[in-house]
Design a protein around this ligand. Structure first.
Ligand SMILES: [Cu+2]
Length: 204
């Protein structure tokens, strides 16, 4: 009678404890996943956004756009990373006797200039050619007159490509680890209680 009641009390107590701890785990997991998402996302995205552009595209940004200068027999800079929808402008800033072209592809291509081609008519200072990149990808270009020294590459990235690497995945993982550890502790406690109960109530 007494031992039966004690047993029932222990079982009831254990169930209550498990319920209380499970609730605590859920609350803990929720609270641990929410504040980091709120605090780290704005801070994390604000800091790179503020420091990224000057470092990544400092020289082009200084001229107010995606500009490449044609200086003597060179493209400066010869490589540029832009976003889908951006327009790149090549401008002669130090003319020579020869004319230049801005031609997509490589001089080795059997059919260069399929993406864009200014034609060989960039001669005087200020002569320019522009192209708007509508799709992501890597676009090599060269000058058909001076392919040995004049070539470069435009890398076009889309919005998701540059903004990739969301920290959303890390926080749920943390919550799962916490929940797992607490559940493990619960199981160990349950076995402990069962042992004590058996010791207190030896079978007939
Ligand atoms: Cu040239």
């Amino acid at each position: 009678m007494t031992s039966e009641r004690t047993g029932r009390l222990i079982v009831a107590g254990t169930m209550t404890a498990i319920l209380a701890l499970s609730t605590a785990v859920i609350v803990l997991a929720d609270s641990s996943s929410n504040p980091p998402t709120e605090s780290s996302a704005p801070v994390g995205s604000a800091v790179p956004a503020a420091s990224g552009p000057p470092a990544a595209s400092g020289p082009p940004a200084a001229s107010g756009g995606n500009a490449i200068s044609i200086i003597l027999k060179t493209f400066q800079p010869s490589t540029l990373t832009v976003h889908v929808g951006d327009t790149v402008t090549w401008t002669v800033t130090q003319a020579i006797a020869d004319s230049h072209s801005v031609t997509s592809g490589s001089y080795k291509d059997p059919k260069p200039g399929t993406e864009f081609d200014s034609g060989i008519k960039l001669h005087d200072d200020g002569d320019s050619f522009s192209h708007t990149f509508a799709a992501a990808g890597t676009f090599p270009f060269f000058c058909a007159v001076h392919p040995d020294t004049m070539s470069g590459t435009i890398t076009v990235v889309d919005a998701t490509g540059s903004a990739g690497g969301g920290g959303e995945g890390a926080i749920p993982t943390e919550s799962k680890v916490i929940a797992g550890v607490v559940l493990l502790v619960l199981v160990v406690l349950l076995f402990g209680w069962a042992r004590i109960y058996r010791r207190m109530n030896p079978g007939p």
